[in-house]
Design a protein around this ligand. Sequence first.
Ligand SMILES: NC(=O)C1=CN([C@@H]2O[C@H](COP(=O)(O)OP(=O)(O)OC[C@H]3O[C@@H](n4cnc5c(N)ncnc54)[C@H](OP(=O)(O)O)[C@@H]3O)[C@@H](O)[C@H]2O)C=CC1
Ligand SMILES: O=C(CO)[C@H](O)[C@H](O)COP(=O)(O)O
Length: 469
Amino acid sequence: MQQFDIGIVGLGVMGENLALNFERNGFAVAGFDQEPSKRESFTARASKARAARSLEELVAGLRTPRRVLIMVPAGAAVDAVIAGLAPLLQAGDVVIDGGNTLFSDTQRRALALEDTGILYVGAGVSGGEEGALRGPALMPGGHPQAWPVIRPLLQAIAAKADDGEPCCDWMGPGGAGHFVKMVHNGIEYADMQIICESYWLMHSLLGMKPADMSGVFARWNGTELESYLIAITSDILARVDEDSGQPLVDMILDTAEQKGTGKWASQLALDMGVTAPTIADAVFARTVSAVKDERVAAADILKGPRRRFEGDREAFIEKIRRALLAAKICAYAQGFQLLRAADQEHQWGLQFGAIASVWRAGCIIRAKLLQDIRAAFGRDAQLVNLLVDPHIAQVMADCEQDLREVVAAAALHGIAVPAFMSALAYYDAYRSPRLPANLLQAQRDYFGAHKYRRVDRAGVFHTHWTQAE
Ligand SMILES: NC(=O)C1=CN([C@@H]2O[C@H](COP(=O)(O)OP(=O)(O)OC[C@H]3O[C@@H](n4cnc5c(N)ncnc54)[C@H](OP(=O)(O)O)[C@@H]3O)[C@@H](O)[C@H]2O)C=CC1
Ligand SMILES: O=C(CO)[C@H](O)[C@H](O)COP(=O)(O)O
């Protein structure tokens, strides 16, 4: 009997919780996982949802047009699931990949399914385990005919912003949904890194203990910085390790891992010629953390300053807060630049205000600041850079001196704050009518006859630099 509204393939952290979310919202759900223990735990947690023993059984139980959500690890597993599903489905059925898939893989898969009439969707899903269960932010994109078929279900399970709007909107055709999610994660990487750098400055420069820093982050969460990541940072810093009795954060090895979305965002920024250094530096901050043994050995060889912090500690904590706000804005500016470039290249018709809207709740980067960002794109939907919106530019003007002082203090005390530094460099470069690229062009022309353009007349020019005048 065809009784299920949606089938979910992959009942791991995300798939199982999304299934329970659909069920709570009144939808009949069937799930399948290749791992029998996952099917059992799913059946145990669900009230009416069923675990199928095969893809055939899953598909046979779905109402038409069938809706199948794939929540397996990105890459080969998605291809394997599609290969299993496609022969079982028919034209008009919808397949949604909700994993963190590279957008070009989504475009490739959509193209491969085109002749079958199966409507393929790549949906960004954010919110982690808790978000999946209680209400994630959803960023679907792909075959436009799929949207009316999946919209009622996705908008029902999505987080709701303060104004009641569901944090789920159609991003555009092709790989638009997965591209938007990748940029979300790039911003997530940068935001996490500047929060870590703030913690590290308070630890290294001010000698603060995690419990005290937890209080600082809790206080900050009552300001313009209010966000999920600031809130969880406060919680994390307050947690005591049951085994050692020490703050748990001090017992965690300082080597960061990553699954690839921040790297893709940085690679694509380079490919598209978009300046996104704070996102890239957040990725590099993870890679340098990962070479722990090298860092420990280098610490005995490489010298740095030995200074103590002298100054007003409370005033410096406030400077860090304001630097964090400025750097966070720079990270968002870079993320939206990336979206803008991709939109121009792929003609997706991305609505930047709607994207900011969707990120207001449910997702990992949810933050009060997104209200301002949404308002900025409301004032000018084609805003060339978030930084030049009048309100955002004023916030930057209010905080830029704090960012400078925090970066300067870090540099003078030998504390690595790469994301803060690159945010400041981005801001200064972007607001500079002149940069030293004139000399760079001359160097390129000198050694490679690459030519340059002049400030006083049109055309391209080459100078025989080694010939006497
Ligand atoms: N965890 C998170 O916070 C978030 C994750 N995501 C993305 O969502 C996707 C899923 O993540 P997550 O739930 O954490 O991953 P998990 O590893 O927890 O779950 C994936 C599940 O899919 C199963 N699976 C793998 N291949 C197949 C297959 N061919 N057929 C059926 N089942 C299969 C796995 O089984 P087995 O264990 O046997 O391999 C596993 O049970 C990923 O792309 C991830 O990046 C997105 C947002 C947040
Ligand atoms: O997509 C997510 C949140 O939005 C996932 O949690 C993702 O795993 C985070 O990336 P990484 O594992 O590389 O830190």
